[in-house]
Design a protein around this ligand. Structure first.
Ligand SMILES: Nc1ncnc2c1ncn2[C@@H]1O[C@H](COP(=O)(O)OP(=O)(O)O)[C@@H](O)[C@H]1O
Ligand SMILES: [Mg+2]
Length: 337
């Protein structure tokens, strides 16, 4: 056995397709067995496919990103024509019977002693299985995303049903105070349902654009309190932030309480004024949400930690649940963050 035979034996047992061409236009390619197999030029004794012995390379079409490649655009020919190395060249081989392989091609030019291109060598890895697995994964991910979207949609719809049921129940109640309690409950449900609505509309199904959420929530609250826009103005200064559902829902509820309080309590007897909402990330990367109004204020004795009314309780509980701190500052008007 001479060196050439050993080399041929070695190349033939490699699972990678290897080709060598010693003419500068790369018209004739010597290929190992894997290469011939890939082109369907060898009949595989284990394959149920028809005998491939009468197939020629011209029966095979090569594609890249859906476009058929001309013979001089293939990796080995390209390496010879341009005198450069080709790496990670993804292409598809489609046999006449439709059998398709995905390949990753590598090629390098061969040069004579004067440096002129005299041919090229190429290696091709069959990545068909990897591609199929990727495709499967993509499809399954898409299915899961659709399912998740559907779920958020349903949760939102169910919350709307709950809200409507509360409304029907409230219609039977004479006591104005109790009716008001029902209304506040419905608003809390709406602010939660809005998170689900934004989630199923969002590209990233695990986070929502909180700024967009607030831009829907705030006008919704103003409308719900029938606030005349001429007397109570809303000023918002919102930084673009996206939040996970775990943060967005409690923060939405906190905001719901603070804004509804401003609208309900700060401007009695037709007073006019401004409600300000700001959302910013501070230098310590903490999110600061501030709500303030220039209404009658909470009075000197107001103590955020010692309040027993439901609205403030909700604010306290939710703030500690998300690891937030509550700050209250007041002279006149009601700022809290
Ligand atoms: N922005 C505000 N301006 C003036 N008073 C407020 C404001 N927010 C809350 N308050 C006072 O604090 C009280 C408690 O608020 P809260 O716990 O939300 O209960 P509720 O809104 O159901 O009365 C209110 O009844 C009101 O007197
Ligand atoms: Mg309240």
């Amino acid at each position: 056995m001479d060196g050439v035979d050993e080399l041929q034996a070695l190349l033939d047992c490699l699972p990678i397709a290897i080709g060598i061409s010693t003419d500068s236009r790369c018209e004739n390619i010597r290929m190992n067995r894997s290469f011939a197999n890939l082109l369907g030029l060898l009949s595989d004794p284990n394959s149920a496919k028809p005998d491939a012995s009468d197939r020629t390379p011209s029966d095979i079409k090569m594609y890249r990103n859906g476009r058929e490649l001309a013979p001089d655009e293939l990796p080995m020919q390209l390496a010879a024509r341009k005198g450069v190395e080709i790496r990670d060249f993804e292409e598809e081989i489609i046999w006449t019977d439709g059998t398709t392989f995905h390949l990753l091609g590598y090629a390098a030019p061969l040069r004579d002693k004067h440096g002129a291109v005299s041919g090229s060598v190429g290696a091709f890895v069959d990545i068909t299985e990897r591609k199929q697995a990727e495709e499967k994964l993509k499809t399954s991910l898409q299915e899961k995303e659709t399912l998740l979207k559907e779920l958020h949609h349903r949760v939102k719809n169910d919350m709307q049903v709950i809200s409507s049921l509360l409304q029907l129940q409230a219609n039977c109640i004479k006591d104005e105070k109790v009716r008001e309690m029902f209304r506040e409950c419905r608003e809390r449900i709406h602010s939660m349902a809005l998170v689900h609505e934004k989630l199923y509309q969002s590209k990233d199904l695990s986070r929502i654009d909180f700024t967009e959420y607030l831009n829907s929530l705030l006008p919704m609250l103003f409308r719900s309190y029938g606030t005349p826009s001429s007397s109570i103005k809303l000023e918002s200064d919102l930084e673009q932030v996206s939040l996970s559902m775990n943060l967005a829902t409690p923060l939405g509820l906190v905001l719901n309480e603070l804004i509804s309080n401003s609208l309900k309590h700060a401007f009695p007897d037709g007073r006019s004024g401004v409600v300000r909402v700001s959302l910013h990330t501070n230098p310590q990367s903490q999110l600061a949400l501030t709500v303030s109004d220039d209404g009658i204020g909470l009075g000197k004795d107001f103590n955020l930690e010692n309040t027993s009314t439901l609205g403030w309780k909700i604010v306290n509980i939710l703030a500690s649940q998300i690891g937030g701190t509550l700050n209250f500052q007041g002279n006149h008007g009601t700022p809290s963050s």
